[in-house]
Design a binder for this molecule. Structure first.
Ligand code: 6PG
Length: 245
């Protein structure tokens, strides 16, 4: 049985996320990056820390099926916030090939994962994940077949439960739960209920992030005070840069 999440409430959770990214990159790890808007500042901070990313391998927890220069593209956001800001040799980046049909893009992405991990279940060194206000993560949404997928490593999602309402490709729970370290980064009051449902409540398919419980890996949740505001005090392992734990 995996341990519960280590929930840490911080004045600047993006800085801690950046430190975890740099540690994994410097160790030449396989890192799955989160999409959306929250992690942008963590990527910028990580790039500014000036570590050596040349031996790291970057993946995407999920991608929107839009052109890779589109405003909703997670790859475009990572290129802007991280890749273009790295001073040294760039890491190996496995972009999800959104120019293909979603199903084909998922199949190609899964093949790349299997190849990188020699046919075994991928063991990511770090999976950075975000949290939607509906407690989704990656593109794993309530009521969608992707959430129940236990064989495939990556699947297409035709009807995401939240904007942008475009087809997605997402890593599945088996991959996320095989990671050596999962870090959630969530900020803002609009994530408070989702954080309670995802990290301080029993696992529930209606809160997909609550199903991310690494089998052997560490699970860390980095929140600001606003995102942590609905958590019972005893659920928080540590607090800094704000109220006492
Ligand atoms: C995506 C993300 C998704 C995101 C949450 C939070 O592609 O949308 O992978 O899971 O992390 O929706 O998004 P924000 O950080 O923009 O609130």
């Amino acid at each position: 049985m995996s341990a519960g999440p280590e929930i840490v409430v911080l004045g600047d959770p993006a800085a801690t996320a950046a430190e975890r990214l740099v540690a994994a990159a410097g160790a030449g790890g396989h890192i799955a990056l989160a999409g959306g808007s929250t992690p942008g500042s963590a990527y910028e901070r990580a790039a500014a820390l000036g570590s050596d990313w040349s031996s790291a391998t970057l993946w995407f927890g999920d991608e929107r099926c839009v052109p890779s220069d589109h405003e909703h593209s997670n790859f475009a956001m990572v290129r802007r916030a991280l890749l273009d800001r790295l001073s040294g040799p760039v890491p190996d980046v496995h972009r999800i090939e959104v120019e293909r049909a979603p199903l084909e893009a998922a199949t190609v992405y899964e093949a790349a994962l299997f190849e990188a991990f020699e046919g075994a279940m991928p063991e990511l060194d770090l999976a950075l994940l975000g949290l939607g206000p509906d407690a989704h993560t990656a593109s794993l949404f309530e009521g969608q077949p992707a959430l129940g997928e236990r064989e495939r490593l990556a699947v297409a999602v035709d009807s995401p439960g939240m904007a942008p309402l475009v087809a997605r490709v997402t890593m599945t729970l088996p991959v996320l739960n095989a990671a050596r370290e999962v870090v959630f980064l969530a900020t803002g009051a609009d994530k408070a209920e989702a954080a309670r449902r995802a990290f301080a409540s029993p696992a529930d398919r209606r809160a997909p992030a609550s199903l991310v419980r690494p089998v052997r890996g560490a699970l860390r949740v980095l929140l600001d005070e606003a995102a942590a505001s609905e958590l019972p005090r005893e659920a928080v392992a540590a607090r800094s840069g704000g109220r006492a734990a």
